[in-house]
Design a protein around this ligand. Structure first.
Ligand code: NAP
Length: 567
């Protein structure tokens, strides 16, 4: 396969010609490189960061840790990795996850195909040449017939544009651009803006260390307990021994995750209040990924009344934990269903607010107006701070791709195509963007399941599609526009049929002012999503156009039966 490698990683280098250009060196980029090499397809990956790890490279803030069990939140494609790697905790910390990335990159010698510290600024497809040209901010250029966008769904940080940041005399940080060196917080007055998963992890971790912690909360969250513990080598071995069974099981779970509890069969409304409380309490005490509580009953994500029983359970628990009743009430989420936003995992978060050195400030009723020389000013008061931490999230799912000038020569950019919300077919490919594979992007069920499974699914789909194209003499694949419309309509229908779209969040784009609001993940369930993607292939790549660039116009049009989607 093609590789006229002239790449030296230097600015102004001649274009490197490869079969596939890969963007990103997180889970998606690494698996893509490994799979391409196994097929003897040449590749060049570009990565903005200085090393592998994707979002885990950047999110080095205190307390960063995974919220899906480590044994599940990792690669599943390789026996070698599983046999040679042991997780040390039920929920691995960010440094351990980064060591895992390092291990995988070394084990498969992947770094030699990655150019680090190079942010991709454009990816332009030439129809004439059937070629993607990918350019970085350092002037590196790689050209390939195919392009895989492994840009990640939570990789473009969002920072609200508060005025006066430059006047602040203290230090400020965004959680997702945390320095590599230790940030000294002890004895300081620290403010944290944001109480999503990130803010919660930071707050519960730094509270014992700082002189005073001021938490600026706009919207409270239904956080559920993680309950972390060490994992022994034996537990790792035992999991590996039943890995095939686990994989079968997880692929049958709507949530795309397994838990210590069986899949629910009962409605929450079938049980008495006392039975329900016991049922919820068992799951709460076991801890675990938020899915455990969300799937305690079969209708918690579809029936408002059923959902409200779980909301009340969480609120009662918050009120019983947080001693100051005013603070407790502010921390109780209201007017939104449990599970519509991603539920953060907490490790002593609510108890943190019983400390004398922690204050909660409600910035819903009195929003932050600006930074000042000495801290932050809300419409109510000024807060003197030495350090301010933004835990204000991400331009999620579409942000990283939209920041790149992705287009077909002479055509609209991806950002322009997505002005009313992201469109694609099966979360895999975009009409008008041939040979561009998107990984765990909008429309993928992986976002609402386990991201790593979502990534593996996307990469495996791309790799097997490349096998099919190469094996059948094709070199071009593109999603059909009508299939895309049908898919988006189906995705919207399944989201509307549940409660997941009933709150604004990064799932819907509501966290970014001006972003079009659409529920972006696919919520028909992990098994159904996999089945739909599999069936489209089995039906001869239904909803895609496959062609040979040598026979321009001779399109192998597959029969579109978009009405079958979702059945
Ligand atoms: P997030 O859930 O979007 O939370 C951002 C927070 O910033 C929210 O509390 C938001 O308030 C607040 N905020 C934004 N703009 C503000 C403003 N102008 N004034 C005051 N507050 C403002 O982001 P995140 O916490 O980084 O989490 C994003 C996702 O990343 C998570 O849902 C999760 O999937 C993933 N994550 C996972 C882990 C893990 O445990 N593995 C850890 C961190 C993150 P509003 O809610 O009012 O908008």
């Amino acid at each position: 396969m093609s590789n006229s490698s002239s790449h030296d990683g230097a600015a102004g280098a001649r274009p490197e010609h490869v079969d596939v250009v890969v963007v990103g060196a997180g889970f998606a980029g690494l698996y893509a490189l490994h799979g391409l090499r196994e097929r003897d397809l040449s590749a060049r990956a570009f990565e903005e960061a200085g090393d592998v790890g994707g979002t885990w490279y950047w999110n080095r803030y205190p307390g960063a840790r995974v919220d899906i069990e480590s044994l599940q939140y990792c690669f599943h494609f390789s026996d070698v990795i599983r046999e040679e790697w042991d997780w040390s905790e039920r929920y691995a910390s960010q440094p351990e996850i980064l060591r895992y990335f390092d291990f995988v990159a070394d084990r498969f010698d992947l770094r030699r195909d990655i150019t680090f510290n190079s942010r991709v600024v454009s990816a332009v497809y030439s129809d004439e040449e059937n070629l993607w040209t990918v350019t970085t901010d350092k002037g590196d250029v790689a050209q390939g017939t195919y392009c895989i966008m492994g840009t990640g769904l939570l990789s473009a940080p969002y920072q609200p544009p508060f005025p006066g940041v430059e006047d602040f005399r203290g230090e400020w940080y965004h959680s997702s651009r945390w320095p590599h060196e230790k940030v000294e917080l002890s004895g300081k007055r620290v403010g944290v803006v944001g109480t999503g998963s990130t803010g919660i992890q930071i707050i519960q971790t730094i509270a014992p260390e700082v002189a005073h912690l001021t938490v600026f909360q706009r919207t409270p969250n239904y956080a559920t307990p993680g309950i972390n513990r060490p994992l022994s080598k034996d537990e790792n071995r035992a999991f590996n021994a039943r890995h095939d069974d686990w994989l079968r099981e997880v692929h049958s779970m709507f949530s795309g995750q397994t838990s210590d509890f069986p899949a629910p069969t009962k409605s929450a409304l079938e049980d008495s209040p006392e039975e329900r409380r016991r049922w919820f309490q068992d799951r709460w005490d076991n801890g675990g990924h938020p899915q455990t509580l969300l799937y305690a009953y079969k209708d918690l994500l579809t029936d408002e009344k059923a959902n409200e029983t779980a909301c009340n359970f969480v609120r009662e628990t918050i009120r019983a934990t947080v001693k100051d009743p005013v603070t407790a009430e502010l921390m109780c989420p209201k007017d939104e269903p449990l599970g519509a936003k991603r539920v953060p995992l907490e490790f002593g978060y609510f108890e943190t607010f019983n400390r004398d050195n922690v204050t909660l400030v409600d910035v819903k009723s009195a929003p932050i107006e600006s930074f000042t020389e000495n801290g932050l000013r809300t419409t109510n008061a000024e807060y003197e701070l030495d350090v301010i931490i933004f835990a204000t999230g991400f331009d999620a799912i579409t942000g990283a791709m939209s920041a790149i000038d992705i287009r077909c020569k002479g055509g609209p950019t991806l950002k322009e195509l997505w002005t009313e919300g992201p469109k694609n077919y099966l979360g895999l490919m975009i009409a008008g963007m041939p040979n561009l594979f998107i990984i765990n992007g909008p429309g993928s069920a992986g976002i609402k399941a386990n991201n790593v499974l979502g990534v593996e699914h996307g990469i495996e789909w791309a790799l097997s599609t490349l096998d099919h194209l190469v094996g059948n003499g094709f070199d071009r694949i593109e999603a059909d526009e009508q299939a895309e419309d049908e898919w988006i309509a189906h995705s919207n229908d399944v989201a509307e049929a549940s409660l997941v779209s009933k709150a604004g969040s990064w799932y819907t784009g509501a966290n970014i002012p001006g972003k079009p609001q659409v529920f972006m993940p696919y919520f028909g369930g992990w098994p159904q999503y996999r089945e739909i993607c599999k069936q489209a292939v089995a039906d001869g790549y239904r909803g895609f156009h496959l062609s040979r660039s040598s026979e321009r116009g001779d399109t192998a049009r597959t029969q579109l039966q978009a009405a079958d989607i979702g059945r």
